[in-house]
Design a binder for this molecule. Structure first.
Ligand SMILES: [Zn+2]
Length: 272
C-alpha cells in the first residue's frame, strides 16, 4: 500500500503566528520541529495501518521545512522550491491514499489560524466550479485526477470543516480551535501527534477504490488588486471577467492546477 503525504505547517498544533512559520523568523526553528513531529506521527500511523511505501512532500513556503535527519527514515522526502506540481509534487496514480497534514483554512474563513489560499498577499478568494475553495479544495482536484482518495486531513476546525465538505467521510484530526487568524486553543504537540497517528492508521481501513477522473473544471480567482488579474490574463485561456477576477476552464484537474500554479507564480512578482 502506497501513501502520499502533503505537509503544510500552519495547521500544526502549537503554531499560531507567522514567526513560527516563516523561514528565518525568530520562532521558525520551533515551528519546523513541531511540523516534523506531526509528519512523523502521520508516517507512523500510515505504516501501522498497512502502508509499505510513504512519500512526504514538504509543501510550505520554500518547501524545505522538515528537518531531514529527524524525519522517520521509513518515508521518502520531497524537498525544495520550484517543484512543477508544488503542494502535490510526486503524486501519481500509484498511490492508494493521500494525507494532508498541517493544513489550514481558506482566506476569508472567519476563525482560521494563518488562513490563506496559496498566496495571502495576492489571492482574495478562489472558487472551484462556483464554490469557494481553500487549498484542500484546490489540491483535491489533482488527487481526483489521479484517482487517489484523500483519507486524512489535519489542522484547525475550519480545516476539518473544509475537508468534510470537500471529501465526505474523510478522517480528520482537529488539533486546535482557532479564535482568529493568530490565536487558537491547541492540543499539546504530544496529544496532537497521538491523534494524528491514530487517525492515519484508521484512515487506511476499507480504502475506497477511485478511478482517475478527467472532468473539466472551472476556476475563478479574485485578487487583492486589479494589476494581478491583468497579469494573470497574460496566460492563454485565462479570461478577466471583472477588474480583480479571472476565470479559466481546463480539461481536467491536473491542467487546472498547472494553470493555477503558473498564475500564483506569475503574480508573486507584484508582491515580492
Ligand atoms: Zn503553508
Amino acid at each position: 500500500m502506497n501513501v502520499y503525504i502533503s505537509a503544510d505547517i500552519e495547521g500544526v498544533a502549537g503554531i499560531v503566528g507567522w514567526s513560527q512559520a516563516t523561514p528565518g523568523a525568530e520562532d521558525y526553528e520551533i515551528g519546523r520541529r513541531l511540523m516534523t513531529g506531526e509528519v512523523n506521527a502521520a508516517i507512523a500511523g500510515a505504516i501501522a495501518g498497512g502502508a509499505d511505501r510513504v512519500v512526504v512532500n514538504d509543501s510550505h513556503s520554500r518547501m524545505s521545512n522538515l528537518i531531514p535527519d529527524e524525519v522517520d527514515s521509513r518515508a521518502r522526502l520531497i524537498l525544495g522550491q520550484y517543484k512543477p506540481m508544488y503542494m502535490l509534487q510526486g503524486l501519481d496514480g500509484s498511490f492508494d491514499a493521500a494525507f494532508f497534514v498541517g493544513y489550514h483554512g481558506a482566506i476569508g474563513e472567519p476563525e482560521a489560524i494563518l488562513s490563506h489560499t496559496y498566496n495571502p498577499r495576492a489571492i482574495w478568494e478562489v472558487r472551484v466550479d462556483g464554490r469557494v475553495a481553500g487549498e484542500i479544495g484546490i489540491n483535491a482536484l489533482v488527487c481526483e485526477y489521479f484517482g487517489v482518495p484523500i483519507r486524512l486531513v489535519t489542522g484547525d476546525q475550519s480545516t476539518a470543516e473544509e475537508a468534510r465538505v470537500t471529501v465526505p467521510g474523510v478522517h480528520t484530526a482537529e488539533v486546535k480551535r482557532s479564535f482568529s487568524r493568530t490565536s487558537a486553543d491547541s492540543l499539546s504537540p504530544e496529544d496532537s501527534r497521538a491523534a494524528i497517528q491514530h487517525e492515519a492508521a484508521a484512515a487506511l481501513d476499507a480504502l475506497p477504490r477511485l478511478e482517475p477522473a478527467a472532468r473539466a473544471v472551472t476556476l475563478e480567482i479574485t485578487f487583492l488588486v486589479a494589476d494581478m488579474a491583468g497579469m494573470a490574463e497574460w496566460i492563454r485561456g485565462v479570461e478577466r471577467i471583472r477588474p480583480r477576477t479571472v476565470r479559466f476552464t481546463a480539461v481536467d484537474g491536473l491542467e487546472v492546477y498547472r494553470t493555477f500554479y503558473a498564475i500564483v507564480t506569475l503574480t508573486r512578482s507584484l508582491v515580492e
